[in-house]
Write a protein that binds this ligand. Structure first.
Ligand code: AP5
Length: 214
């Protein structure tokens, strides 16, 4: 199963992708996670990406397209994958289409997760992530048992640099101008399914599974 999770920052793409990974045994490919790891490792891609990510704007298309082309060629993608946060521009969607055509492959699903703006800001400003295993928490909705400590592995939790209020606003504007046009792009290709993204995490997961299994 090859799918894209589309949605604004905070829509729950990462949260849902992790659950889908377990259910369908296919990898989550998050360009955000790959770029954050590259920043941490001080690779050339990381150095190039950092200033864009800190400002809440998109990393240039040619950089992320290279990252994705490389990742899709890995053996764990043969049974499928969940693209989380890619594509984010029409140019990226076109490059993805070309790459898949060269591989003799196609997309099965594009799911657009919809959440109101106020709720997105609440989710992002309360998000905390584990430095070690990447588990996501929320100060109000899914707080860790012990303040600042991951329930799963005991490592420290941190707030992403781009989850500060000003940067959140910028990321939401960038989503509207650069990424939202992909909704009609994939609608025109008959691939888009809308998912109501408000409510309990488990409830949203069930909605997604129902759509995938139709
Ligand atoms: P990226 O890491 O992809 O960030 P994003 O798209 O802004 O998405 P988020 O991770 O913020 O949100 P999410 O939808 O995954 O929500 P989550 O599940 O975590 O990108 C970061 C940056 O990298 C970009 O700004 C850009 O610079 C660069 N980049 C990445 N990809 C790129 C690309 N393709 N092209 C160019 N640049 C790129 O949930 C958020 C919070 O809400 C969590 O705390 C969670 O616990 C909570 N939550 C989730 N669901 C619910 C629910 N139902 N109810 C209550 N709380 C919930």
């Amino acid at each position: 199963m090859r799918m894209i999770l589309l949605g604004p920052p905070g829509a729950g793409k990462g949260t849902q992708a992790k659950m889908l990974t377990e259910k369908y045994q296919i990898p989550q490919i998050s360009t955000g996670d790959i770029l954050r790891q590259a920043v941490k490792d001080c690779t050339s891609i990381g150095q190039e990406a950092k200033s864009y990510m800190d400002r809440g704007v998109l990393v240039p298309d040619q950089v992320v397209i290279r990252v994705i082309q490389d990742r899709l060629g890995k053996p764990d993608c043969t049974r499928g994958y969940i693209l989380d946060g890619f594509p984010r521009t029409v140019a990226q969607a076109e490059a993805l289409g070309d790459t898949l055509a060269r591989m003799g492959s196609t997309l099965d699903h594009v799911l657009s997760i919809k959440v109101e703006a106020e709720e997105l800001v609440r989710r992002l400003s309360g998000r905390r992530t584990c430095r070690s295993c990447g588990e996501a928490y929320h100060l109000l909705y899914s707080a860790p048992r012990k303040d600042g400590v991951c329930d799963k592995c005991g490592a420290a939790l941190y707030q992403r640099d781009d989850d500060k209020e000003e940067t959140i606003k910028r990321r939401l504007q960038v989503y509207q101008s650069e990424t939202a046009p992909l909704i009609s792009y994939y609608q025109d290709r008959g691939l888009l399914r809308e998912i109501a993204g408000q409510g309990e995490i488990g409830e949203i997961f069930e909605r997604i599974c129902r759509v995938l299994e139709k």
